[in-house]
Write a protein that binds this ligand. Structure first.
Ligand SMILES: CC(=O)N[C@H]1[C@@H](OP(=O)(O)OP(=O)(O)OC[C@H]2O[C@@H](n3ccc(=O)[nH]c3=O)[C@H](O)[C@@H]2O)O[C@H](CO)[C@@H](O)[C@@H]1O
Ligand SMILES: C=C(OP(=O)(O)O)C(=O)O
Length: 435
């Protein structure tokens, strides 16, 4: 696979784009197929590296996989190879993505055993697994940590429902504990649960499989354990992070874009945050229309002070869109403070934007002040490397708006989560190619 994008910036884009199925939802939903020996059919699966890798991993572990089409797949986990799941190949492969940790909950529920290698995913700061492990322990699992090869082994003679107050509303942690609790004996209460649309979707899927869950969409899930879960069908929501990325792309490149079938009722505060940056967007049924805008002006707070955009667990603003907001602000009129509270290494990519001519002060690893150029001059194309998935797309957006040629290396990071991105952007008129 090639590993760089060459972009000639400055084109105004135009047209319609359909978001892919949600990556982070897919990783939960595909893990949940392990909960039943029956057939599960999943639709709107994004064709991206992380998701394909998880599907491959399940296949290696004995799950029967029938990819009916690019975005529909049937799974049947009626013959799992538990030995494979503690072997060297699994350790290596599953370490390449974050989502693989979520196989543990279903395995523990169904077989009383699970193995968690050090997970992969973005290197964006410390990413603890404490919430997952402590949650499993509270349900009655014992864990052994093998420090030589960074491997957690979990075992139980039977999970038992309990009350737990999570240390933090971890997204993958909540999903993992939930998938274990649905087949535990008795009632489990998970308080301070994460409640992103990804999790709401997982709860709905589990309910269709026969699970009993109350409090869906809230930070308190009450789960009545059942003995058996059956097959189901599930369709993934559109990827809200991709949608936010396209809104940012449209504004930054002064383009007129319609994002089709955007699942607007599931976007929470996302459209409002982009409006705070001065971006016009119209919700038209289930589509989002972004008109071409010469300039956009960042709002201030009501008292006139400089706007801060920060991340917060759902229903707050997702940390996965802060890098996009930051790049869009570089060409706005006005200033904004970006405060990335969750991750300590996600803002370092701003040095590349500074090289391109953006005015940004990185105050500390968590906070950056952007002084918008207000189109006084364009960014300049440069050669850069993509440090993580969202920074990668932010740099791509910057490159598409910049004057001249940019080369973005390490685009495997982008391919991890954005489906055929070059091809789709070319259809909108972007000058981008893989080299
Ligand atoms: C595969 C997947 O679904 N990945 C997402 C998931 O990762 P993931 O589930 O790994 O992230 P967590 O929700 O566990 O949180 C990530 C980090 O943020 C810290 N933290 C979390 C909650 C909190 O209130 N305060 C806090 O500081 C945690 O200590 C942790 O180190 O959720 C993250 C937070 O939305 C997203 O960036 C990732 O895209
Ligand atoms: C951080 C992200 O992904 P992961 O958790 O898979 O690293 C992301 O999707 O922005």
């Amino acid at each position: 696979m090639s590993s760089a994008f060459e972009v000639r910036g400055g084109n105004r884009l135009q047209g319609e784009i359909v978001p892919q199925g949600a990556k982070n939802e897919a990783l939960q939903i595909i893990s949940a197929v392990m909960l039943t020996p029956e057939k599960v059919t999943i639709s709107n699966i994004p064709d991206i590296v992380d998701v394909n890798l998880l599907i491959e991993l399940l296949g290696d572990a004995g799950v029967r996989i029938n990819r009916v089409s690019r975005d529909v797949c049937e799974f049947q986990a009626d013959n799992i190879d538990l030995d494979y799941l503690q072997g060297p190949e699994f350790k290596k492969k599953s370490g390449r993505l974050r989502g693989s940790v979520m196989i543990a909950g279903p395995l523990l529920a169904r077989f009383g055993k699970a193995f968690i290698p050090k997970p992969g995913g973005d290197k964006i700061g410390r990413r603890r697994l404490d919430t997952h492990i402590i949650g499993f322990e509270r349900l009655g699992a014992k864990f052994i940590y093998d420090s030589d090869d960074n491997f957690f082994r979990l075992e139980t003679n039977g999970l038992k429902g309990t009350y737990m107050l999570l240390d933090e509303p971890s997204v993958t942690g909540t999903a993992n504990i939930l998938m274990a609790a649905v087949m535990a004996e008795g009632t489990t209460t998970i308080y301070n649960a994460a409640c992103e649309p990804y999790l709401q979707q997982l709860c709905r899927m589990l309910t269709r499989m026969g699970a009993k869950i109350q409090g869906i969409g809230s930070n308190m899930l009450i789960i009545e354990g059942v003995k058996y879960l059956g097959g189901c069908e599930h369709t993934m929501l559109p990827d809200m992070i991709e949608i936010g990325s396209f809104i940012g792309l449209a504004a930054m490149t002064q383009s007129e874009i319609t994002i089709k079938n955007a699942g607007v009722e599931h976007l929470g505060i996302i459209p409002e945050k982009f409006r705070q940056l001065g971006i016009n967007l119209e919700i038209r049924g289930n589509d989002i229309y972004i008109p071409s805008q010469e300039t956009y002006e960042i709002q201030t707070f009501l008292d006139g002070s400089i706007l801060t955009v920060s991340d917060h667990p759902w229903p707050g603003f997702t940390p996965d869109l802060l890098s996009i907001v930051l790049v869009v602000a570089t060409q706005a009129k006005g200033s904004v403070m970006i405060h990335q509270k969750m991750f300590e290494s996600r803002l370092f990519f701003v040095d590349k934007l500074i090289d391109m001519g953006a005015q940004i002060v990185l105050c500390d690893p968590h906070r950056a002040v952007v002084i918008g150029l207000g189109r006084q001059h364009a960014l300049r194309g440069i050669t850069m490397s993509s440090p993580d998935i969202r920074a990668g797309v932010s740099l791509l957006i910057a490159a598409l708006s910049a004057e001249g040629k940019s080369t973005i290396q390490n685009i495997d990071q982008i391919d991890r989560g954005y489906q055929y991105i070059d091809e789709r952007l070319r259809k909108l008129g972007a000058d981008i190619r893989r080299v």
